[in-house]
Design a protein. Structure first.
Length: 212
């Protein structure tokens, strides 16, 4: 099953896609993680992306499209994948269509802006492997330390309140139109993302079963 997860920053796309990908035995392709890796390694793409990500802005389409297309050609995507954070704009969605990639379902995780602000304030991420945690809902085994690699967790610059507001504005302007774009294809399903993690996962899995 080839899936796209939509939703505002902090809606839970990364957490849900990580869990559901394991259940379906398919990879999660997070453009955010790929871009952060490029930033860390100081690659040409990373240098281009740095000014945008640190300001909470979208990375240019040509950069994002290129890395996604390359990733989807890898062997582990043959039996399906979950795209988390791509597409973010109508041109990106159109570029995905032009790649000849068939998307089976698009899950739109709906969460209010107030709820998102609260979530982002408590989010912590691993600068080494990209794993995401929360001080209330997804605590690491050892406080402040990544379960996966042992690195010290940090608050991302784009999780700070003033940047979150900017990111939400960008989302409403540039990404939210994708809801209508995919609704017209008949592949969109909206799920509530404001419950507990278990409830949210159950609702999303039920939606996938119903639409399979």
């Amino acid at each position: 099953m080839n899936l796209i997860f939509l939703g505002a920053p902090g809606a839970g796309k990364g957490t849900q896609s990580e869990i559901i990908a394991k259940r379906l035995s398919i990879p999660t392709i997070s453009t955010g993680n790929i871009i952060r890796e490029a930033l860390k390694n100081g690659t040409e793409m990373g240098l281009k992306a740095r000014a945008y990500t640190e300001a909470g802005k979208l990375v240019p389409d040509d950069v994002v499209i290129g890395i996604v297309e390359e990733r989807l050609k890898q062997d582990d995507c043959k039996n399906g994948f979950i795209l988390d954070g791509f597409p973010r704009t109508i041109p990106q969605a159109e570029a995905l269509d032009k790649m000849g990639i068939t998307i089976d379902k698009v899950i739109n995780i709906e969460v209010s802006s107030d709820c998102i602000m609260q979530r982002m304030a408590g989010r912590r991420v691993c600068p080494s492997c990209g794993a995401s945690y929360h001080i209330k809902t997804k605590k690491p085994v050892k406080e402040g330390i990544c379960d996966n690699c042992g690195a010290e967790l940090v608050i991302r610059k784009d999780d700070k309140p003033e940047v979150v507001l900017d990111r939400l504005n960008v989302y409403h302007e540039q990404t939210e139109p994708l809801v209508d774009y995919y609704k017209k294809t008949g592949k969109l399903v909206c799920v509530n993302g404001e419950g507990s993690l278990d409830d949210n996962i159950a609702e999303t899995m039920k939606a996938l079963e119903d639409l399979a």
